[in-house]
Design a protein around this ligand. Structure first.
Ligand code: KG4
Ligand code: ZN
Length: 358
């Protein structure tokens, strides 16, 4: 079976062709083609993702990238109908104008080549992203990683911060959520306050790392929001405001002060995430910890999760480094695993799609 994955929920236009043998999580896979076209350079001047621009770029790039994907995979246009068995496309959550471009492109391909379409929840994509082993284009088939269930999934991205119980792939329960800003959004906003370019996550994490390596004194103190609350909800907007107030009290900020703020901010979000995770795993009910989403590219947060995985002796599943951010492979795989086809005209973009989708 060959699945075309399409992801356009935000500022990446991503397409892939994933070949699989077998059923369920026991499938073997090989990647025929995988393209991620980032629009970051275009959005940078707006300091964030500009939805109308994202939509225009997706519309422009989808046919070009699809052609390239076919070339990469050695599939000719007149072979599409027999070779590509299904399309998995992100239906939400995300920016609706951006989501629609992928959905309409899938619909067009369906009409032209008669290929069934599966709508995919982007967040489920981030969960299954950890199942991939190697992600290079290869002729060899590989098995997916096997995950122990029930697993606890922590999804940390630009739009979401969620703690989810995963009884099996396809069976989810949200245990905790952010009450306001998502963790990645907080990274991006704090970076903007420090006059760092978009996306701010990698920039903050670079400064924080320098602060640790250079042993810069920790003079800035920031709160750890909701760390002592009994529930698993989180809040990051107060933390962002605390950074704003801190900056108001500094007249001419030095590079060292920026590094100090970046490290203290990173420490704060990491401690909150880890403390919430520990609240759930300390009763030893969970057999695995999954962490997905763009923010898990952060080395400090990765390290912190590795430490608690060792402390509680619960295996940790993280995505390969090219699958932390948005990509089409995770969408194709989520589509393959849930395999819920829908009549393409009935598929709509759902900006706030939650896990009751499944
Ligand atoms: O999952 P993702 O690619 O897109 C969404 O679905 O939102 O996540 C993007 C987010 C951005 O907020 C970006 O700043 C953040 O991931 N990010 C990071 C790092 N790399 C990307 N945050 C912290 N540290 C990083 N190294
Ligand atoms: Zn994402």
């Amino acid at each position: 079976m060959i699945t075309l994955g399409i992801e356009t929920s935000c500022d990446e236009t991503a397409l892939c062709l994933l070949e699989t043998i077998g059923d369920g999580v026991d499938i073997e896979y090989r990647i025929l083609g995988n393209i991620i076209n980032s629009q970051i350079d275009l959005h940078r001047e707006y300091g964030g993702v500009y939805p109308t621009l994202a939509k225009r770029e997706h519309i422009k790039n989808l046919p070009i990238l699809f052609k390239k994907l076919l070339e990469d995979s050695g599939i000719k246009e007149n072979e599409i109908t027999g070779k590509i068995d299904r399309i998995a496309v992100t239906a939400g959550p995300g920016l609706e104008p951006a989501l629609w471009t992928g959905i309409l492109f899938a619909r067009e391909l369906h009409e032209k080549y008669n290929i069934p379409v599966i709508p995919v929840n982007h967040m489920e994509g981030h969960i299954v992203s950890v199942l991939f082993n190697k992600t290079d284009i290869s002729n060899n088939y590989q098995k997916l990683k096997s995950v122990n269930f029930p697993a606890l999934a922590i999804l940390i991205s630009g739009g979401h911060t969620q703690i989810i119980r995963v009884d099996e792939i396809g069976k989810y329960k949200i245990l905790g959520n952010t009450k306001d800003d998502a963790i990645g959004e907080a990274f991006d906003k704090v970076a903007r306050m420090l006059e760092l370019p978009y996306p701010g996550g990698p920039e903050i994490s670079k400064l924080a790392e320098q602060a640790r390596i250079e042993n810069i004194a920790n003079n800035i103190k920031l709160p750890r929001p909701m760390i002592y609350s009994k529930d698993l909800n989180m809040s990051f907007s107060g933390l962002k405001t605390a950074v704003l107030y801190t900056l108001r009290n500094i007249e001419n900020i030095t590079e060292d002060q920026k590094k100090d703020i970046a490290r203290e901010f990173e420490d704060s979000v990491t401690e909150v995430l880890i403390s919430k995770t520990e609240k759930v795993i300390e009763d030893r009910e969970y057999m695995g910890i999954i962490v997905g989403g763009g923010v898990i590219a952060n080395r400090h947060i990765r390290k912190a999760f590795k430490i608690i995985s060792n402390k509680y002796n619960i295996p940790l599943y993280l995505p390969e480094s090219n699958l932390t951010g948005d990509n089409a492979l995770m969408i194709a795989l989520a589509g393959i695993l849930n395999n819920k086809m829908k009549n393409p005209p009935d598929i709509s973009a759902l900006g706030n799609l939650s896990f009751d989708f499944n």
